[in-house]
Write a protein that binds this ligand. Structure first.
Ligand SMILES: Cc1cc2nc3c(=O)[nH]c(=O)nc-3n(C[C@H](O)[C@H](O)[C@H](O)COP(=O)(O)OP(=O)(O)OC[C@H]3O[C@@H](n4cnc5c(N)ncnc54)[C@H](O)[C@@H]3O)c2cc1C
Length: 483
């Protein structure tokens, strides 16, 4: 049995942001995450946009924390080596009603404190994106895109560097209240803590109930996407938001690596982690995307994926439920984060700071003199200058061996990902750290090379997981191990 001051349930972007914020203080902190790596839930299945904060109802927590998060995002990404690009964003309209909706959106944004919003006409739109046919748009100059995988990963790795423990592959299945905290069953571990922070996303209602507060129900709402190869879209393009849709509408997003996303849809589902994509919805995405950008080349599709919103409102109810971030009125050692849907990643650091405020009511937060605020991830060979590449190869010849051709990922990068500081496993841990298998060949070339590297490190074929424990690409040898 191990004892912690604070145990966070859930290693998504929010749980990892809280862990990083707490790692500044003299506290024993742990994160229990059911998956093989952090950021595998909603935090790794979204649009990767740093929202400016104009979409959220004035006066809501969502609006306040989104604006704060957006303002601090660039410096956080710089400190933690997370790819970030302030692209700007267009919300486009076609007629007078859309123009009036855009004017209202600008007014709401400005009331929320968002800067850099401007109404532009068709000519100005086409000077930015020549393929768009819209007549009006709101240009949001401060909207940005970032790498959502590395966001959770680098927060987690930076917090590990400051003493936080990560228990991966450790689902929390039982929470027992004690006199001064909780005893928690997390996979193979029994952990005790004084404060339990519930950041379990789609399962936050269940974790809250386990800890003594059954007040919540999460309604999962799925968003499906197409992922396209790298294209020449300069910034995300969204339609005018339609009330009652349950999301921001199907949009085109350029990722920080240059790929194009189409989506997401918004459909309530019964099973929180049903990440399937469906042909009728994909057809709908395509049709809506072709209205936004008629010349869109659908022959460059690499794949599809889905993310699920942890909504606090049922289908047909008011469009947005606000974030719930509170010390539970029913369980005094429990801090709950419920309904953290979009813009949850943008808002994650202000959410973490709010949690610190709640925690400080009964816990002394004493700063550690040796806290390291910055973190460097794995060097991205493809993005370096020739000089820098040569220097790296001279130091480590594995940087001269390209394992993934589409994304130019080297053996040295994959090796570093395999030996990541939080002990994440599975092919997914390498993929999300390096981009192997994310290119246009969909892993046709590099997947086998990554598997060979795992085998050469002594992994048995039947112990290699793809995304989840037991999700096995290899079943064993047909003729016995090759000598
Ligand atoms: C389609 C879509 C698009 C979005 N686009 C954006 C965007 O562009 N910008 C933006 O800012 N936000 C966006 N969001 C919202 C954002 O992704 C979420 O708000 C954010 O990721 C929530 O983070 P989280 O850490 O609370 O949840 P999660 O990432 O879901 O993390 C919760 C973690 O808890 C773990 N867990 C659950 N139960 C247990 C248990 N019993 N024991 C141990 N671990 C457990 C899960 O495995 C998971 O890793 C989008 C969301 C969706 C669905």
């Amino acid at each position: 049995m191990e004892t912690f001051d604070v145990l966070i349930v859930g290693g998504g972007s929010v749980g990892c942001a809280i862990a990083y914020a707490l790692s500044r203080y003299d506290l024993k902190v742990a994160v229990a995450e059911k998956e093989l790596d952090v950021g595998m839930g909603t935090s790794g299945r979204n649009s990767g946009v740093v929202h400016a904060g104009f979409n959220n109802r004035h006066g809501s927590l969502m609006a306040k924390l989104c604006v704060e998060g957006s303002e601090g995002f660039e410096s956080l990404c710089a400190a933690l080596d997370i790819p970030y690009n302030r692209t700007g964003k267009l919300v486009v309209g076609y007629d007078e009603a859309d123009k009036q909706a855009l004017i209202k959106l600008i007014a709401q944004g400005e009331k929320n404190g968002v800067k850099g919003l401007e109404l532009i006409d068709g000519e100005a739109i086409r000077a930015i994106e020549p393929g768009l046919t819209a007549s009006w748009a709101m240009l949001s100059k401060n909207t940005a895109v970032f790498n959502p995988f590395l966001y959770s990963i680098h927060l987690a790795e930076a917090s590990t560097q400051n003493g936080v423990r990560y228990f991966l592959n450790s689902p929390v299945t039982a929470v027992t209240a004690t006199e001064d905290g909780y005893t928690v069953r997390a996979g193979a571990h029994t952990l005790t803590c004084r404060t339990l922070i519930n950041s379990a996303g789609l399962f936050s209602d269940k974790v809250s109930a386990m800890a003594g507060d059954p007040s919540f129900t999460i309604y999962p709402c799925r968003g499906e996407y197409y992922l396209l190869d790298k294209g020449n879209l300069k910034m995300p393009v969204y339609p005018v938001p339609r009330p009652g849709v349950g999301g921001l509408g199907v949009h085109l997003t350029v990722t920080v690596d240059g790929n194009i996303l189409i989506g997401p849809s918004a459909d309530y589902i019964d099973t929180p982690e049903d990440y399937g994509t469906t042909q009728p919805v994909l057809d709908q995405l395509r049709a809506e995307a072709e209205v936004l950008l008629p010349g869109l080349n659908m022959r460059t599709v690499i794949g599809t994926y889905a993310g699920v919103r942890p909504k606090l409102v049922k289908k047909g109810e008011a469009n947005f439920g606000d974030f719930v971030i509170e010390r539970s009125p029913k369980a005094k050692h429990l801090i709950n984060l419920i309904g953290i849907e979009s813009p949850g990643i943008t808002a994650s650091m202000p959410i973490a700071n709010m949690v610190l405020g709640i925690l400080s009511e009964d816990t002394e937060l004493k700063e550690k003199p040796d806290f390291i605020p910055t973190y460097r991830g794995i060097p991205r060979f493809e993005e370096l200058s020739r000089e820098e590449q040569r220097a790296l190869i001279a130091r480590d010849p594995d940087f001269g061996d390209v394992v993934c051709r589409c994304e130019t990922v080297t053996r040295a990068e994959v090796k570093r990902a395999l030996h990541n500081p939080i002990g994440a496993t599975g092919v997914i841990a390498v993929k999300n750290r390096t981009r192997v298998t994310m290119g246009r060949c969909n892993g046709g070339y590099c997947f086998q090379r990554v598997i060979e590297m795992l085998l050469s490190e002594g992994k048995a074929p039947c112990d290699i997981d793809l995304k989840r424990r037991g999700d096995r690409p290899l079943l064993g040898y047909v003729k016995g191990p090759v000598k």
